[in-house]
Design a protein around this ligand. Sequence first.
Ligand code: PBG
Length: 325
Amino acid sequence: MIRFRHLRSSSEIRDQSAEVSLDVNQLIMPVFIVEGESQRNEIPSMKDVFHFSIDEATRQIEINLKKGLRKYLLFGVVDNSLKDNLGTVAYQHKGLISRAIRELKNNFGSEIIIFSDVCLCGYTNHGHCGLISGNTIDNDSTLPLIASMALEHALAGADFVAPSAMMDGQVGAIRNAFIENGLGKMRIMAYSAKYASAFYGPFRDAVDSAPAFGDRKTYQLDYRTIKQGIEEAGADISEGADWVMVKPAHTYLDMIRQIKSNFSNSTLAAYHVSGEYMLLKLAASIGMVDELQAFQEVTTAIKRAGADYIITYYAEKLADSINKN
Ligand code: PBG
């Protein structure tokens, strides 16, 4: 008989035997930014997640920096009246996210690491991530717009841009734009293996970006594919991505492991998305699971699968629990 239980007999021995642990440095917190002042409004579809005006986001981040939480992924949420079919406000000079980046960097400098989501869906009146041509989403005409959005964020001082539109060649287009503008060293975290998922529902309510017609299946990955996810990551790395990502995370642990194994020298992020977050929040709200324990377990599983960084709406509470230990 092998005595496995010897290594489980006390919390000290279990801690010593642990192979995976969470680190505050590996957490990235998504932040939804709205126009205005003193705005801090809970998002109806996402418990304990807020729409922040820039000043309130600044206040919250100041608190979070004391917990060691330094990495933030910014999303812009604009009024429907500002959206058009080209997503113009996404890449206009001094747009919402560019102003947010400038202000946060002015306040916190290199204390904070800013990732900015680069995609048109929150800014187009049709809610698609690219331009419409007939009844399709046109790939190539979208690329220059995505590149100029990324460039605006880079000029504002973002540390990483995070292209999430799933247009072919988007990382290369951004990398070229950076090189042409003397920003060749600018970092890119590519949403590489981003699957068309039912678990983005609460997020789309949060940024009001549900597609007005059709779905995202002609550009985001089909969840019945494995090879395509690996190939997307490889393409993004060769086009100049510094980090790649798998998304969703909890339901795609196998893809995290596969991409980590295939590109072991690359840095891999995984996004525990809004629907996955809400499953746990709702289960906890009716007493089905202990909330903190459930998030600790799932987030650790994402790390164990091979993620170097985890984007999570639960970052603040995880940071608190890590700091307590
Ligand atoms: C934008 C984008 C989406 C998410 C991140 N960036 C939504 C989508 O592709 O429809 C989803 C994040 C989440 O669900 O938490 N393209």
